[in-house]
Write a protein of this length. Structure first.
Length: 253
């Protein structure tokens, strides 16, 4: 089981971080499906885990599936499982991610990657909470909280016919928006300092801060890669810095 983290240590202490934390607290112990919006690197997966750990499901499984990383032909089996002999290569039965998440939370990252057929299958599960594939002799009713995430504008996808409207409303019973780092200037230096401490611990270095020029440089970055980009940049800079991180240690932004 993952150790519970304080939201301050992950999100920061700024106004937007406080707003996210307040929303997490308000929805954590409900059964509502949560849809997390945000650009790459904004921490959607971390927030999904925090939501689980703040809920009354925290002692049950947290199962993650990146819908964009699995070939379309295999997603059905990953989600719903299969029985031995149900198709070529099925030498033994395999539970799906939903079965593995029983009593807990399933996190479906990159939900917009699902094609329309898979969207229909997912909708059927969300409506009935029953795994009912052709292989099942005794369909199982499951208690699973669904959290999903995307960097796509799903209302636009619905309008264009690429995403089912009925599924969108099933997934979006409660919405969380993860703001990009460029809109969180009040947390930038908290996070940069935290990542520096983490890098010092990993590399056994003693870099104690940033020069004034480096502070100015970082403050002007656009942070298209968001928190992930900041972490990677500070980690690399720590390797090359002496006592303090200078502009020349910051390769790109």
């Amino acid at each position: 089981m993952q150790r519970t983290h304080s939201w301050e240590a992950i999100l920061g202490y700024g106004q937007k971080a406080q707003e996210i934390a307040a929303k997490l607290r308000s929805v954590a112990n409900t059964s509502l499906s949560v849809l997390i919006y945000g650009s790459t690197g904004t921490g959607k997966g971390i927030v999904a885990l925090m939501l689980h750990e703040m809920s009354n499901r925290k002692d049950k499984p947290f199962i993650k599936m990146d819908c964009g990383a699995i070939p379309t032909a295999l997603i059905w089996d990953e989600l719903f499982g299969y029985k031995k002999g149900s198709h070529t290569g099925a030498s033994q039965s395999k539970p799906g991610r939903f079965q593995l998440a029983e009593g807990g939370t399933i996190f479906l990252d990159e939900i917009a990657s699902l094609n329309l057929d898979l969207q229909r299958s997912l909708l059927g599960f969300l409506e009935e909470r029953v795994i009912n594939s052709p292989d099942d002799e005794n369909p199982a009713r499951l208690d699973v909280r669904v959290v999903s995430a995307t960097n796509a504008n799903l209302p636009d996808w619905v309008r264009d016919g690429h995403f089912r409207e009925d599924l969108f409303y099933r997934l979006n019973e409660f919405e969380l928006d993860m703001p990009p780092l460029r809109e969180r200037a009040d947390d930038l230096w908290y996070l940069a300092t935290r990542f520096l401490c983490m890098a010092n611990a990993e590399f056994e270095t003693s870099v104690f801060g940033f020069s004034a020029a480096a502070v100015d440089y970082l403050s002007k970055c656009d942070w298209r890669g968001n928190i992930r980009e900041l972490k990677n940049l500070i980690t690399r800079a720590t390797l090359f810095a002496g006592g303090v991180i200078e502009v020349e240690h910051l390769v790109y932004c």
